[in-house]
Write a protein of this length. Sequence first.
Length: 200
Amino acid sequence: METEKDKPGRREDLLQAALDLFSEHGFKGTSIRDIAKSLGVSVSVIYHYFQNKEGLWSELLEYSVKALPAKLEAALEGSGHSLERFRRLLRIHLTASAYYLKESKMFLISHDQMSADGDKASKDIQRQILNIYVRVLEEMRADGWVKASSSKILAFNVLGVVNWHLRWYRPDGPLTNDQLYEEIIAFILYGAVGVPQGRG
């Protein structure tokens, strides 16, 4: 008789089903039973592979959102003045969010619904990302690109724009990804950040 150990792809199927439901309904709005029902399997099948629902959530983030701070740090490496590097940072962030669209949405709508350990992991990721933005905005202010008195508040505003687009972004929309990213980056530079038109 075939056992769960013998079924190739089962773990991946469970992760995909959890991702679909988490990204639509959030962590609290999705039960283990919902995930099992979507695949037509018993709840015990999920517990064969994962200790609990948070185990599914954590593994989904492991290869996607948890890697984002390192990607953003890499975007700031290399030549270019602070404004060029900020544009590079925004583009990498937007590109990574679109590539891991469901994972990013899942993270944003569920980060405050976790256990103490899960909440700490989520906040650590958010803190790393915030600090990266604050740092480059401080450099931009030193270079005369930014006039805002608080780089931290400005970073929150910029991240609000970057994260909010995940709620309405559609891969099959009328704009290409490049066109969309340029629209968002222009809005951030000339609106939120206040870079004079023609200088960015």
